[in-house]
Design a protein around this ligand. Sequence first.
Ligand code: PLP
Length: 407
Amino acid sequence: MPNISNRGASMPPSPIRKLVPYAEAAKKRGTKVFHLNIGQPDIETPAAILDAVRNTKMNVLAYSHSAGHESYRRKLVEYYGRNDIQVTTEQIIVTCGGSEAIMFAIMSCMDEGDEIIIPEPFYANYNGYAVGSDVKIVPIPSGIETGFALPPVQDFEKAITPRTKAIMICNPNNPTGYLYSLAELEVIRDICIRHNLFLLSDEAYREFCYDGNKHISALSLPGLEQHAILLDTISKRYSACGARIGAFVTKNKTVLDTAMKFAQARLSPPSFGQILGEAAVDLPANYFDAIHEEYTARRDLLVSRLQQMPGVTCPLPGGAFYAIAELPVDSAENFCKWLLESFEYQGSTVMMAPASGFYATPGRGVREVRLAYVLNLDDINNAMDCLEHALVAYEAQKTKTKVVTQL
Ligand SMILES: Cc1ncc(COP(=O)(O)O)c(C=O)c1O
């Protein structure tokens, strides 16, 4: 058999999906699994945007323009304008999800061996794009003790080498839920300008900001016009992960023209998804109000329950729908496996994502898990009951094993 590529062999498995076989086995045994492991929102996709697709009359499902339907890009200009992001239709390429926008950015800005600085923990799929294009991710640590705030400027400065081409942020952050302040974004902006770096800004969770705080886009930071690339998606915004629609947006014409060549090579983004995305811009202005209220209540419940558990640390996230918690266990991965393999409380168990997979530095985050609060309040409460009992049972069985081993 011919060998697969070294690139393929070094592609890391998804930390979010690694435990799936254990969850499947638990379900086969009849155990209910509360899924706090994956960011698939449970909020219904708005009927109006699904109807826009259902009511579309077409005889041929054709390719669209490689940059996306012009009518959709015009609508996006309107949407971005409402979010203090001033762009033109020519500065937008519609992509197959935010995922493709990330890929286009890396491929357009970086060569083999170039380095991209990313505060860790970070969205684990960035690893996949970096491996796919032979780019090196240089992580700089943010930690649970600061609530995952932006690492100090000196850490960035120390990490910069002649191969550094870009900084990448995710704001609000997956997996930490951290929302960067204007002051933090200005720090990043100044570093990018000082060292002539691109800023790749993944803003997949722009709408999910809490406590009255507003999201600030990298594209609206003055001085960064030639550096900033906005990586966007409608997946989370409208609970439309399956539409596979995102956007690559930049005011840098050379970068845009380069990304456009990659866009032409993959022909076009999906047509039905664009119809759905276009309709979404016309959703009522108050569409996000109920969603904010729901996610705020979920976050508050989840975090307060976690904070009440002995030995658990969980900073209050300011955005997205994720929280990271440090647990009183030696290995969060073993604990997460044990939850699925050997534990149930009132017929249920909990699935969480071990956070070590979101760090690039070995040994970091080993006692942490990422929880996605994409379940309704009752289910979050039940999941937290389950987790609370599990932590007690896990400690008890560890002590028992120790006694047995010592005998
Ligand atoms: C931070 C972040 N960026 C990008 C994506 C990819 O989104 P899409 O479904 O649009 O490809 C995700 C999906 O979970 C994400 O969490």
